[in-house]
Design a protein around this ligand. Structure first.
Ligand SMILES: Cc1ncc(COP(=O)(O)O)c(C=O)c1O
Length: 474
């Protein structure tokens, strides 16, 4: 059965098409949106997604997370690895759950139901575990809108995903950890900078699924890093690349995974930031969640702005936006890499995510490989959406990126600090200095006079750390 807008419907009990559709901005308006300083990106460099996670079917009511994933994997047929075994730091718990799975499982599938214009069959979505409290609130911010010269502003509160202070990391981890469980992995292996919010959230997600977590962190051990301290207290083990460049993590991840394998573990490697086609599915679904919320209130959004680091969040939103028929203009504030480089990453990730969702049979029978984000053949295409011949390619014109790095990745900017102060004074809205504040700072220039949504991606730990620093200086 073809259905549409993902996510919240089953939970809220709302069925059928939205009462009112967010209006699609006129092409002219869309074209002028954002006027990015350097964000135009090159034409799509298509890299098909590797067959990934299996379609979720009714899982095991009352089972643990891993058990429900395993039940779903069995529906995917032979080849879906669900072997149980002991692992590091209590990994046996999750693996035992895998082996003991039954059938049923409202928990796994409930929020995978689709409705609205996306027309993705439920079977097209990969399996997920439940980490986030969804849907996250959509809150009006009229005083901030007025301070920033916007027609209206809604804040999509993914700082409130409710999982381990992880903000926007919870949604991708729902799919990535499900794939790890389905493969029979006993250890999540990922990495990044010491301050990486993804690493901390991955450590917590591993615990939730009964897996161990090995983090590979760039550089030398820092004196104090709240996110990493938390990750360690949640059981993560840490190794250091001894090289400051974050890219050093990319080379180290497979090496560490090989060492774990040689020691008898079953590692599941997640690239920095969880930026893979499978991880991005979380935000493709989230786009439909926003669509439903806007439609349910009779609101329209001309544009949606989000902070962009590894690119997974924007890529998922982009794939979702295309599936929804491009109801709004997508804007990204690049806070980590130059805008052009970021745009290329986002476009490639979004294209691969889209392929993952629209290939015939969706993710069914492809469980467990997409988490690695590597390329592989995908057959079929948009016909799976019930729109024969529909063109769903993601193009350079589908989003705008603004360079919002300021003095550099991980460093607060003066503009961001001002925007953070405005958000706090007008709405009591807390943003962090290195991601969300920098994104908020570009909002007046990219959305002046328009109906905007600011996608708050979290960063609470950084916000608290920054507040502490302010206190020290005073
Ligand atoms: C608070 C916050 N916002 C936004 C981002 C960017 O998300 P992504 O890496 O998916 O682009 C991050 C990534 O670390 C983050 O921690």
């Amino acid at each position: 059965m073809a259905m549409s807008a993902l996510a919240s419907r089953a939970k809220t009990g709302v069925n059928g098409p939205p009462a009112a559709s967010p209006q699609r901005p006129p092409d002219a308006a869309a074209a002028s949106a954002g006027a990015p300083a350097s964000g135009r990106h090159r034409p799509a460099q298509h890299r098909p997604a590797q067959p990934g996670a299996a379609a979720a079917g009714p899982g095991a009511a009352g089972e643990g997370i891993a058990g429900r994933v395993a039940a779903d994997a069995r529906k995917a047929g032979p080849g879906a690895g669900v072997a149980g075994s002991a692992g590091l730091d209590g990994a046996a718990q999750g693996s035992a759950g895998l082996g003991a799975a039954g059938l049923g499982g409202a928990g796994l599938r409930a929020r995978n139901e689709l409705a609205g214009p996306a027309r993705i069959t439920a079977a097209a979505l990969p399996a997920r575990i439940e980490l986030a409290a969804l849907p996250t609130p959509l809150m009006p911010a009229p005083r901030l809108a007025s301070a920033m010269g916007l027609e209206s502003l809604q804040v999509k509160r993914d700082d409130l995903t409710g999982f381990a202070l992880g903000g926007n990391k919870a949604r991708p981890l729902e799919y990535l950890v499900a794939a790890a469980c389905a493969q029979g992995a006993d250890t999540l292996v990922t990495g990044g900078a010491a301050e990486s919010n993804f690493c901390a959230a991955a450590a917590a997600a591993a615990r939730r699924a009964g897996l161990a977590c090995q983090l590979v962190i760039a550089g030398q051990p820092p004196r104090h890093c709240p996110g990493l301290d938390l990750a360690c207290s949640w059981g993560a083990r840490v190794s250091w690349t001894r090289t400051a460049a974050r890219a050093s993590v990319d080379a180290a991840l497979p090496r560490v995974a090989a060492e774990l394998s040689a020691a008898g573990r079953r590692p599941y490697v997640i690239p920095r930031g969880g930026a893979t086609p499978l991880g991005a599915v979380g935000y493709a679904v989230a786009a439909a969640e926003l669509y439903d919320q806007l439609a349910g209130r009779g609101l329209r959004a001309d544009c949606v702005l989000v902070a962009v680091g590894s690119g997974g969040t924007l890529a998922g939103l982009l794939a979702g936006n295309v599936l929804l028929g491009r109801p709004w203009r997508l804007l990204g504030a690049a806070v980590s890499r130059p805008a052009e480089e970021t745009a290329r990453r986002v476009q490639r990730l979004a294209s691969d995510c889209l392929q993952l969702l629209v290939a015939p049979g969706g993710a069914a029978g492809r469980r467990g490989t997409a988490g690695l984000g590597t390329a592989g053949p995908v057959t079929g295409g948009p016909e799976a959406l019930g729109e024969p011949g529909a063109r769903l390619a993601i193009t350079a014109g589908d989003f705008d990126l603004v360079d919002a790095r300021g003095p550099g990745h991980g460093l607060a900017s003066a503009d961001g600090s001002r925007a953070a102060g405005t958000a706090l004074r007008t709405e009591g809205l807390v943003v962090d200095p290195v991601h969300t504040a920098k994104a908020l700072a570009v909002l007046p220039s990219v959305a002046a006079g328009r109906n905007a949504v600011f996608w708050h991606t979290g960063g609470l730990l950084d916000a608290i750390a920054a507040a502490g620093r302010t206190g020290d200086d005073a």
